[in-house]
Ligand binder design. Sequence first.
Ligand code: ZN
Length: 273
Amino acid sequence: MPELPEITVIARQMNKEITGKHIQDAEVRQPKNLNVTVREFVQTVKGKTVNNVSSKGKWIIIELDPDYFVFINLGMNADVLYFEPNQEPPEKYQFKLIFSDETGFTIHFQWFGYIHLVSERNLSQHKLTARLAISPTDTKFTSKHFKELLANRKARIKNFLLNQKNVAGIGNVYIQDILFKAKIHPNRKISTLCEKEVNDLYNAIRNILNRSIKLGGLVYEKDFYGQKGKLTIDKFLVGYKTGKPCPTCETPIIKIKTGSTSSYICPKCQPLK
Ligand SMILES: [Zn+2]
């Protein structure tokens, strides 16, 4: 499942490649991905220019000129692939956008995803994105912001960080190494974290996510050009490494159940105080 690093990588490549281009046509093969009718979608986007592409949490945001936004959520997994005039687009896709220079991109959802068209004045009414929290890669995600976010909270730290209304973009892959790096057990209650632990956690979030972005994301996710990321499982610290030695103390890593998710921890480095 793509998390913040993979989405960031694709959105940055899209921004570089399609900003300034004019939309010539759109093809929608699976109308249920949309929040409007196919007809309304195609008629609205046709002739508009891409102003910017960015991301927030697990959403890719295409800003159109004038006055519209296309929000894309890749769901469990999807390929967003760029094509040039001399390239055949892939056979399988549910959505295709074509620009006036005959380049374009396709989206192939493995399960389900969203392509939502929202006008600028209705932005605050788009329920899926209006309440999304700040992404850790955003300049507004400062250590002060993070401390305020955790103040007076009673939840367990892992559940809290996975909730997209608190922090946008972290899922069950990256959370493992984030908590390990900060030496915090996933079931710790937020109220028990000391100031140093909160600081370590803030730095770990930034560090783990930015490292993955630099590597182009996870090895089993493709970028806008169809290239796989360079973050392989052997580069994880504890995630998916049951039985392997902890990189710090060599204690075997264990897999535990934490609510509805699994966690990989070093029982010695991440004690449940
Ligand atoms: Zn350890």
